[in-house]
Design a protein around this ligand. Structure first.
Ligand SMILES: *Cc1c(COP(=O)(O)O)cnc(C)c1O
Length: 362
């Protein structure tokens, strides 16, 4: 028996057990071909079928409108911090607008400054990123090529419940930490992108869902591998893609489909996060980082009122079979990342642990 713990890591993060078992089974001999999927050409029909199937299934799960393309690109989510401005900023007047609601938004805006002007149209800094400030759906400046936001703030544990209207300005979303955990109307977005390592598999690759008409405007200095037009025309294979990451994503989304699809994931996310927030709300021992109205369903962030007990909370949790609960180094505290693949049993056990810890130490 392998010893699998409840893994609350923020990313890379836990994968569904059945997916891991399939990977193990397939690894030496994929589908009876006598070779591993990581040993054959990315242009071989065997891999092309996996790629096609992954896109098809993603479309099905998200009800993706026909005028959207799906691309796979190297470099994880942060590479898109560069790709987005490089491909979009030239569309109008050399400016990207940013909704800054956490750490990843800060980094995205900073990167865009290398390629054009940026404007911060919303900044959660005054609230220490513990909530999403109100945006009055005001008209954006005509000189804006796109507006960028982060759907779920992985470090702070907040999320946009509904998305702002940016009118004719294409809305670009970094959905790395909540993709396929909530129903989204993709037609409201110009681009949705996500690194695969949180809800879709392993690190190093991102999925880019892009409205067709936004392709083909890249700045002349755009590197080939970051040019959406090149990547789209060459079926995400302008060079060797990370075949393993695509293969794993295929298994993960097949698993999501089997669980009942995105709506089921959304219900489960609500249930799981409620289990933890209920314990936290009932307690005078813990304090939640996020404002109630913007709590993330994926990353539950909190601290102990008596911070001297934090170390003990973490080390005891490890002894109890929980992994990865230590908060981000910038924030400290505790972060329980409960992505799609975290079973509800793990969350139930964690909530019991939290109650027990409070009882003994409170
Ligand atoms: C984890 C994360 C990233 C960073 O992803 P990399 O693949 O490491 O570049 C970016 N944005 C968000 C919202 C994340 O959660």
């Amino acid at each position: 028996m392998v010893n699998r713990i409840y893994n609350f890591s923020a990313g890379p993060s836990t994968l569904p057990l059945t997916v891991m078992e399939t990977i193990k089974e397939d690894f030496l001999d994929y589908n009876g071909i006598g070779a591993s999927i990581v040993e054959i050409s990315h242009r071989h029909q065997i891999f092309l079928d996996i790629l096609e199937n992954t896109k098809k299934l993603f479309r099905e799960l998200t009800n993706l409108p026909k005028n959207y393309k799906i691309l796979f690109m190297h470099g994880g989510a942060q590479m898109q911090f560069s790709a987005v401005p490089l491909n979009l900023i030239s569309r109008k007047e050399n400016k990207g607008s940013y909704f800054i609601t956490g750490r990843w938004g800060i980094l995205a805006e900073k990167e865009a400054r290398l390629y054009g002007d940026t404007e911060i149209i919303l900044d959660g800094k005054t609230y220490e990123y513990r909530k999403i400030p109100t945006f009055n759906n005001r008209k954006l400046d005509k000189g804006t090529s796109y507006a960028h936001l982060t759907t779920n703030n992985t470090l702070y544990g907040t999320r946009w419940n509904s998305f702002p209207n940016t009118w004719e300005v294409p809305l670009v979303a970094d959905a790395t930490s909540d993709i396929l955990s909530r129903i989204m109307d993709y037609s409201k977005f110009g681009i949705v992108y996500a690194g695969l390592q949180k809800n879709l598999g392993v690190a190093g690759v991102s999925i880019v869902i892009i409205r067709e008409d936004l392709i083909g405007n890249a700045l002349p200095q755009t590197p080939k591998l970051l040019n959406y037009d090149v990547v789209e025309k060459q079926n995400s294979l302008p060079n060797t893609i990370n075949v393993f990451a695509i293969y794993v994503m295929n298994l993960v989304i097949e698993w999501i489909k089997k669980q009942g699809g995105v709506l089921e994931m959304e219900k489960l996310a609500k249930k799981k996060s409620d289990l933890l927030y209920d314990v936290l709300d009932d307690s005078s021992f813990y304090k939640i980082l996020a404002f109630p109205e913007h709590r993330s369903l994926m990353n539950v962030t909190f601290n102990l009122k008596n911070e001297t007990l934090l170390k003990k909370f973490i080390s005891n949790s490890e002894k109890e079979g929980f992994f990865g609960l230590k908060g981000h180094y910038l924030l400290g505290g505790v972060r329980a990342s409960i992505y799609n693949a975290m079973p509800i049993e793990g969350v139930k056990e964690l909530s019991s642990y939290m109650k027990e810890f409070e009882k003994i130490n409170g």
